[in-house]
Design a protein around this ligand. Structure first.
Ligand code: 5GP
Length: 238
């Protein structure tokens, strides 16, 4: 496979075209941003840990019958993925109250949410990812009613698989963000599942092992991501 020009460069990943129009290369970088890009930094090996965590979780979900855009790894930080049409909706699944949920609503920090709460954001830097509902998604033409139903069902199945897997590795999954894409008339999981897109808490201590370490200056980001990689990716070289 030949890596061609960059198609898109986001805050933490760059997407490259390849000589196969059906495939893209997603490169995980060491840069990161928070608060709408106002806070920026880099952390050594962050791209590597996130790429390997995402790879492992995509493989786990595929084994569980969830279709994803994952194809293979080209290197430790480069993932080959299917060229899907990204649906501009961020799907947020919440199992424990944290983050913007406790800032906006009277939930107690750490309150268990059973059944999980599913929220939708419009994926748009211009509008700062505002929360939407099905009616707004339909009116904006972001997805059809059938697609929204399918996305909801997939997000809850993905959540069940991840919660169980992570629990066995002494990690809690308070919340996370998913993105989906269209591939040959089907909906598949896209983007990444990593310390940048999930809250991971140590089951015993409640310590944050994710991007909150960077957002709220809670310690060393690379060590937190390394610890998650150690627990999630069997045999990873750290
Ligand atoms: P919150 O709404 O509390 O800020 O985020 C909820 C969860 O979704 C967190 O795990 C957070 O990492 C993830 N999330 C929500 N929006 C985004 C986003 O635009 N980018 C990334 N990387 N994660 C997001």
């Amino acid at each position: 496979m030949i890596k061609l020009d960059a198609l898109y460069s986001g805050k933490a990943k760059t997407i490259f075209k390849t000589d196969n129009p059906q495939k893209l290369i997603m490169e995980f970088r060491d840069s990161l941003t928070a608060f709408d890009g106002k806070k920026k930094s880099t952390a050594p090996k962050k791209g590597y840990y996130n790429a390997r965590i995402s790879e492992e979780l995509f493989r786990l979900l595929e084994e569980g019958g969830i279709k994803t855009h994952f194809d293979s790894m080209l290197s430790d930080t480069e993932m080959v993925v299917d060229a899907v049409e990204i649906i501009k909706i961020e799907v947020i699944v919440r199992n424990i109250a944290a983050g913007s949920l406790i800032r906006k609503y009277p939930f107690k920090p750490g309150q268990k949410l059973d059944p999980p709460i599913l929220l939708l954001d419009y994926k748009s830097d211009e509008y700062s990812d505002p929360m939407i509902n099905d009616d707004i998604a339909l009116a904006l033409g972001l997805a059809t009613r059938e697609e929204l139903l399918k996305i909801r069902e997939l997000a809850l199945r993905i959540n069940s698989i991840l919660v169980e897997y992570l629990n066995d590795r002494d990690l809690l999954l308070p919340d996370f963000k998913l993105e989906f894409g269209r591939r040959n008339g089907d909906i598949v999981l896209a983007d990444e599942i990593s310390c940048d897109t999930c809250r991971f808490w140590d089951k015993m201590t409640g310590e944050s092992l994710d991007k909150d370490v960077f957002r709220y200056d809670k310690g060393d980001l690379a060590s937190a991501y390394r610890e998650v990689a150690r627990r999630i990716v069997p045999g990873i070289s750290l």
